[in-house]
Ligand binder design. Structure first.
Ligand SMILES: [Zn+2]
Ligand SMILES: [Zn+2]
Length: 179
């Protein structure tokens, strides 16, 4: 009997935070409002995906990209936000989980994330159109601090990451390998 195998050159696996933010990047492409296509992925303490959502209209409802936005006080109200969809459609408890998102949460989404027990927020970019501007931003900061929920910003070059992911996919065993 022969066993064992030849070791091939190892490709670097993506870092955990980069990995989840890249999944959010792909998830965001299904968004229906071109004011912001973002996504939110919720991961448990064992690093397993438990929920996900993107910014989109309700099922069967008009899309902003087809009929235009529904602007009220500088915010498009037609969609459910990525975080809202992730929270609403989870079949498991989100208590103690980490939320990954492309853009940091608005005031309403921050309240929802905290309310269901999210313990850490990791984002790639800061949301600039917060309800109530400075007052809203301060309120979010205080809510996060009171709940001991850190918000971490990861400086990620998505184009470069896409190249890294393509390299992994083209390496031995990867789905885009040539043989
Ligand atoms: Zn819209
Ligand atoms: Zn929101």
């Amino acid at each position: 009997m022969k066993y064992g195998g030849k070791k091939t050159k190892k490709v670097a696996r993506p870092d955990v935070n980069d990995f989840w933010l890249m999944q959010a990047l792909f998830y965001s492409t299904r968004g229906t409002c071109d004011r912001l296509r973002t996504a939110c992925l919720i991961v448990d303490e064992h690093n397993h995906l438990i929920s996900a959502g993107y910014n989109g209209s309700l099922p069967g409802a008009d899309h902003c990209d087809d009929v235009g936005h529904l602007m009220i006080d500088g915010h498009c109200m037609r969609t459910l936000h990525a975080e809202e969809n992730a929270v609403l459609h989870s079949t498991k408890s989100l208590r103690g989980a980490t939320a990954y998102m492309l853009v940091s949460p608005c005031l309403l989404c921050t309240k929802k994330l905290l309310s269901v027990g999210i313990k850490k927020i990791i984002c790639a970019e800061e949301f600039k159109n917060i309800q109530g501007r400075d007052v809203g931003a301060k309120f979010i900061k205080n809510l996060l601090a009171k709940n001991n929920v850190p918000i971490k910003f990861i400086n990620i070059d998505f184009t470069e990451k896409l190249n890294q992911f393509t390299q992994i996919l083209k390496s031995p065993g990867g789905f885009l390998r040539s043989n």
